[in-house]
Design a protein around this ligand. Structure first.
Ligand SMILES: [Zn+2]
Length: 469
């Protein structure tokens, strides 16, 4: 398998928002000097931990961080005078989780952090929303965020019904201008939406293969990764041929053919299947499984438990493809050695920021990833692919984005839910802060509006559907 990122962005520039965060961190001490004992907490050392570094279990039992950055990873306790000491009691320390596919609404970052997700990657939001979120991410109690801003789609293409008006692309000659505009707006990567081969009632205008190739080449030339939305086999083939870095979603209506699976493995493109959304869309009840999980439910708050357990047993429609085919396609990618990323597509109805990522990990393991590989798909994997060189791993000089889980997720992936402590950039998270907070109220109002829009989209789709039954 070739190196998927030759010569591109070996070192991602540290965005301004993040610099501000580091500057404001209350734990910053005198640069480079030994930590003076001040009587307060200036640094933290975790002891008695099992440590998963993003790829492997290490022999370390202790991790120390100071000023928001990891300073020691050791087999013996790394405690220094004045440190706060946290006894992990044999629990597993993981890098903070990364959700590689979300869409921003207010409260997204706060709710994500509640479940150990310390970084979210937004996959289509308007510039105002992204600016507000990046500002929020500089304060405590919120996950960090990267975003593509507006994705490239054809006029009238997906997701016009959700977000229009926004700039679109009509042909390859517009690729350079579109990418330049997104960079000017602060995009961290480019999203392209490929819908060739989407059939029946869901048919929408799509970028053609030549335009997708031109956008991808332009973004790569400007140092941006490219993420492609593709839900049909033809679209997957188009974006694979263009050389995109990540393919979002997984076809469920058709089986991926052998040749395409092999090509995906050869190109080195990663796939972020977002099964936690697809299972619900196709009539399975992953949402209730999340709400009823004793380790997740109590941290959701009543408003969310209600949303996720609402009776919608009639949602399974005859025209839907079987969800099992989506898992089957993911299983074949895994068998071929394709790199997978964990992403939820929250807040699509039936998903919830943070909590649904734990469901996604469970589904990826069900498809054939080992628990260790699934954890990498939510930590070092996305960090590497998106050039986030300061996170996704427990290693010296990396951000102290950490999750402490009581059990052993390396043997039972659902143990990631038994979280006893979360830190983002060295600051401990209050897991009770989100339910009932103004951020939650704001989020629920935004989702109300989003749901009304989804209902409109569904009505529009049904309006185009030839009369059935
Ligand atoms: Zn999405």
């Amino acid at each position: 398998m070739r190196d998927p990122y030759p010569g591109r962005l070996a070192e991602a520039p540290r965005p301004l928002a993040e610099c501000v965060w580091m500057f404001l961190s209350p734990l910053i001490v005198y640069g480079g000097q030994p930590t003076p004992f001040t009587g307060g907490v200036v640094a933290t050392t975790i002891v008695n931990a099992r440590v998963f570094d993003g790829e492997n279990i290490r022999p370390w039992t202790s991790v120390r961080f100071e000023g928001g950055v990891i300073t020691h990873c050791t087999e013996q306790p790394a405690v220094m005078l004045g440190d706060e000491v946290v006894d992990a009691d044999g629990g597993t320390l993981l890098p903070g989780l990364i959700d590689a596919h979300i869409h921003l609404v207010p409260g997204a970052l706060e709710q994500s952090l509640t479940f150990g997700v310390t970084t979210v990657l937004d996959m289509f939001s308007k510039p105002d929303t992204v600016i507000a979120a990046k500002d929020r991410a500089t304060r405590s109690g919120a996950a960090d965020v990267r975003s593509c801003g507006i994705g490239a789609t054809a006029p009238g293409g997906h997701p016009s019904l959700m977000y229009a008006p926004f700039p679109t692309v009509t042909g390859p000659e517009q690729a350079a201008g579109f990418v330049a505009d997104r960079i000017a707006e602060g995009a961290d990567y480019l999203k392209v939406i490929a819908e060739s081969g989407v059939s029946g009632a869901f048919t929408r205008p799509s970028l053609d293969a030549a335009t997708i190739a031109a956008l991808t080449a332009e973004a790569h030339a400007r140092g941006l990764r490219v993420i492609a939305h593709a839900t049909a086999v033809t679209a997957v083939a188009d974006v694979a041929a263009a050389g995109v870095d990540v393919i979002a979603h997984i076809p469920a209506r058709e089986e991926l053919d052998d040749e395409l699976v092999i090509r995906l493995a050869e190109t080195g493109a990663a796939v972020c299947p977002t099964l936690a959304t697809i299972e619900n869309t196709l009539g399975e009840r992953g949402d209730s499984a999340v709400a009823n999980d004793p380790a997740l439910g109590p941290h959701l708050g009543s408003a969310w438990v209600e949303r996720l357990t609402v009776n919608r047993s009639s949602d399974r429609r005859e025209m839907m493809p079987p969800y099992a085919r989506a898992e089957h396609n993911v299983a074949r990618l895994i068998a071929a050695g394709v790199c997978l990323l964990a992403g939820t597509d929250a807040p699509i109805p039936s998903t919830v920021y943070g909590a649904s990522l734990h469901r996604e990990l469970e589904l990826l393991v069900r498809c054939g990833l080992t628990p260790s590989q699934a954890l990498t798909a939510a930590t070092a994997g996305p960090a590497g692919i998106f050039g986030l060189t300061d996170r996704g791993r427990i290693a010296i000089d990396h951000n102290a984005d950490l999750v402490l889980a009581a059990g052993d997720p390396l043997t039972d992936i659902t143990a990631t839910r038994s979280i006893t402590k979360i830190w983002r950039a060295g600051t401990a998270c209050d897991r009770h802060a989100f339910p009932g907070s103004p951020a939650e109220t704001e989020q629920l109002a935004a989702l109300e509006a989003l749901n009304a829009q989804v209902a409109k989209v569904m009505a529009a789709i049904r309006g185009h559907r030839p009369a059935s039954k």
